[in-house]
Write a protein that binds this ligand. Structure first.
Ligand code: GRF
Length: 199
């Protein structure tokens, strides 16, 4: 009797620039099996001292710095990131607080296989300071969006959204914290869904 061949693990690459709480939510979901049959094959940061990169190292994950202070040009930084990705062969690239826009050439290379999370209900409030923009816009509802990355800033097709209320007296910080809790649920769910659809 021959046993069915085990399915190869789906490979994730995470790109980040800062704190890394979404990366940790993804890593926890991979460890617990909520993202099934997957592994984090690389964590790449354009900020060498990003706390998220340190957290990746603490978890024993392959962590790569492509530091924008050492390599100031986007083209050269992306070339090095693409070299790493070529070796790693990810099924999906997850931007988790990666604070640069990817070039059209980068996006073209991995089209349909790059996700981003944004702290607003896109298409409303793309770009920086989304929570502040939502407060200034007088919104009663906000939330987060996981979407495919295209050439624009926070413009690609939406995978899923989760909402939160905007409460009286909210500041940018209180709203951001309420949204962040939902980000940590939304991103692993979206990754699972997209990985399953790739098979
Ligand atoms: C999150 O709010 C995410 O939506 C945005 O950048 C922030 C990253 O936070 N793109 P963290 O580094 O994952 O904690």
């Amino acid at each position: 009797m021959t046993l069915p061949a085990a399915r190869p693990r789906r490979r994730l690459a995470v790109l980040l620039s800062g704190r890394g709480s979404n990366f940790e939510a993804i890593a926890d979901a991979v460890e617990s099996g909520r993202i099934e049959n997957a592994e984090i094959a690389a964590v790449i940061s354009d900020v060498g001292e990003a706390p998220g990169l340190a957290r990746a190292r603490q978890r024993g994950l392959p962590a790569h710095a492509v530091d924008r202070r050492e390599i100031p040009g986007r083209a050269e930084r992306e070339r090095r990131m693409l070299d790493i990705l070529e070796r790693v062969r990810p099924d999906l690239i997850c931007l988790a607080g990666y604070m640069r826009v990817l070039s059209p050439a980068f996006v073209a290379k991995y089209r349909g296989r790059i996700l981003n999370i944004h702290p607003a209900l896109l298409p409303a409030y793309p770009g920086l300071h989304a929570q502040r923009q939502a407060l200034e816009g007088g919104e009663k509802l906000s939330g987060c969006t996981v979407h495919f990355v295209d050439e624009g800033t926070d413009t690609g097709p939406i995978v899923l959204q989760r909402t939160v209320p905007v409460l009286p007296g909210d500041t940018e910080e209180t709203l951001a914290a309420r949204i962040l809790e939902q980000e940590h649920i939304a991103y692993p769910q979206a990754i699972s869904r997209v990985l399953d659809s790739l098979e």
